[in-house]
Write a protein of this length. Sequence first.
Length: 407
Amino acid sequence: MSYRCRICQSPVLPFMSFGRMPIANAFLRSKAEFETEYFYELKPALCPVCKCFQIVEIPRPEQMFHDHYAYFASTSAVMSRHFAAMAEDLKKRYMTGPDCFVTEIGSNDGITLQNFARDKTRHLGIEPSANVAEAARAKGVQTLNAFFGVETAKQIVAEHGNADLFIATNTMHHIEDINAVAAGVDILLKPTGVMIQEDPYLGDMVEDCAYDQVYAEHMYIWSITALNNAFGRHGLEVFHVEHNDHHGGCMRYHLGRKGQRPSSPELAAALAKEQQLGLDRAETYVRFKQRCEESRDRLMSLIDGYKKQGKRVAGYGATAKSATVINWCGITPGHLDWIQDSTPAKQNTFAPGSHIPVVAPEHFRANPPDAAVLFAWNHFKEIDAKEVAWRKAGGKWIMPVRKVEVV
Ligand code: SAH
Ligand code: TMP
Ligand code: ZN
């Protein structure tokens, strides 16, 4: 099988395979669905030309984003506060003119735009998953139920005019046809308009061996270099970046039309760090593959250690990321009795691939395990504080990626 880069069409070669994978958010509602479960092979590659990190085989978008999409962004109080702060910052930086207009793709349940809707700023969310779009509308966030691309951009301009701001948080890694999005952004933005993108950063993933960032819905893991190459084809460039620790390390990229805004010292420093990490070099990913194998072996030996002593192990947070860990490491219902998750839509389902039951937090309280694999490791502080009673009684976290350890 030969593959081509989705951005620049150059031939690309996967540097490893994580094996047969289900769709990360495809929680199964009954055992009858086990028969027809969809699988693909999870194979990442680095484009040797535009340096975009991508997975080469992906399911059709309709199989991933639909009317029962399981991810409601506002579930996390920490992320709600994070995006509220982002909205205030962006208002000050880029929304100072009269009658400004802000657009957002992957606006989900309105986690970010609600902060603009509240003070009556002209806004529009573009969200293809009908159930989360409905949740946003219920909060007073104007939402178009559509996939973003050239046609959607033209429609928005015709109805609302050009935008001052275009936001995409944790969304640009979901969209196969980045050229269509970038062409859409070019149509949608005013000449002085700004695009903000924020998502898990390739530098953190490689540095920390956080391989669970890779799954079909995260078909790209972006770097500054790759984003500049991809959006540079459509007249845009990164002029500023800000790093934060959410989701295990995210980069916020500020893009404008080429030459429109001065590039910041933070951008220069972050680009130098990319060079130092070797994000654009094939050898970096040969080493990454070895580290993923070591990480898998260590996690399984920790879980097996508990099981051999007859201890009870469960999972905490049926995250999308957990699908990669569970299926790559071969974690089964024999290893974990169940996975607790606070999202109602995920409760009383079976985790994709492994078919480990997903249960409500009350189940965790009623049947405290000896150890819990913390798949939602990026929410460690919030969760550890919530489970203080269990911790005091001797409950242990098993950290599944990065530093794989018992804490
Ligand atoms: N912005 C939120 C939600 C991210 S989840 C946050 O940062 O937490 C990604 C969202 O992107 C999902 O709600 C999904 O339905 C949406 N999405 C996927 N493809 C899209 C497309 N082509 N255009 C717009 N939104 C898309
Ligand atoms: P995320 O890492 O993609 O944000 O997903 C976090 C998952 O963990 C989500 O399904 C909700 C779940 N979760 C809990 O079960 N309890 C919690 O306290 C938090 C913060 C998340
Ligand atoms: Zn390429």
